[in-house]
Write a protein that binds this ligand. Structure first.
Ligand code: CAA
Length: 259
């Protein structure tokens, strides 16, 4: 299968690597990209030879979030009726073999959420994480309000979601968001080393370990994510969403009217 928004390759016959590839938009995540990502991961998951996967981006950006140019015009009715924007993202969570996020540069909004959907994150020292949706008049819509507090605790998650500030790689490692930080030029070697270690173990045991660790975080997570998605969609009924996204696209400061 050929892809337009991602590049796919196999290393050492057993590690599937997906590189997000929309460089002009800092790998902003649109439906086409997320469909391709889901298809590529599912194909690797079904391939007996593949024991582990890596999702990565460019040096400048893992992904700068959901595609604001696409979202800016949506209304609440569009998003709710079509279950738009994050509907097809959960396919990442359905993958049974491990998926490592190798993050360099910006992992913002949906980019941070995509990294958190992976089983663990290895970051380059230039990585920056954030949930800046508040600046656009919305909130995270792909699990950020649910997975971030589970990863870093309430205080930092609230700080990130309410101020929209970014965390650098060192802070992300201290907070427990990422498992390892390495210099950028070692990022893929480090991720590949971890993936090869995993790929050499029993696939059954690896899948069971993944399933079991994830179980610790389930409970009401699905309810939380659905609740979040409904609120995220509801914000497309506000003038502030239009203002926030229009301001971004026109490179001006947003003036929110609280309506
Ligand atoms: N969607 C669409 N396009 C984006 C984008 C996004 N999320 N992020 C960056 N781009 C585009 C820019 O519009 C710009 O395009 P042009 O060259 O055509 O103008 C290009 O990528 C380069 O970006 P900048 O010129 O802004 O680069 P910078 O280095 O000055 O800033 C940045 C980098 C801090 C990441 C900045 O681009 C930025 O703040 N991006 C938006 C981040 C964001 O708000 N993400 C959350 C999106 S909402 C979301 O994700 C919802 C959800 O939870 C599912």
């Amino acid at each position: 299968m050929s892809y337009e928004n991602i590049e796919v390759r196999v290393e050492a016959g057993k590690v599937g690597i997906v590189t997000l590839n929309r460089p002009k938009a800092l790998n902003a995540l649109n439906d086409a990209l997320m469909d391709e990502l889901g298809a590529a991961l599912k194909a690797f998951d079904a391939d007996e030879a593949i024991g582990c996967m890596i999702i990565t981006g460019s040096e400048r950006a893992f992904a700068a979030g959901a595609d604001i140019a696409l979202m800016a015009k949506y209304t609440f009715v569009d998003t709710y009726k079509g279950d738009y924007i994050t509907r097809n993202w959960e396919s990442v969570r359905s993958i049974r073999k491990p998926v490592i996020a190798a993050v360099s540069g910006f992992a913002l909004g949906g980019g941070c959420e995509l990294a958190m959907m992976c089983d663990f994150i290895i970051a380059a020292d230039n990585a920056r994480f954030g949930q800046p949706e508040i600046k656009l008049g919305v909130i995270p819509g792909a699990g950020g309000t649910q997975r971030l507090p589970r990863a870093v605790g309430k205080a930092k998650a609230m700080d990130m979601a309410l101020t929209g500030r970014m965390m650098d790689a060192a802070e992300a490692e201290r907070a427990g968001l990422v498992s390892r930080v390495v210099p950028y030029d070692k990022l893929m070697d480090e991720a590949l080393g971890a993936a090869l270690t995993i790929a050499d173990f029993s696939q059954i045991a690896v899948m069971a370990a993944k399933e079991s660790v994830n179980r610790a975080f389930e409970g009401s997570l699905s309810d939380g994510v659905m609740f979040e998605r409904r609120l995220f969609h509801a914000l497309f009924a506000t003038a502030d969403q239009k203002e926030g996204m229009d301001a971004f696209l026109n490179k001006r400061k947003a003036e929110f009217k609280n309506q």
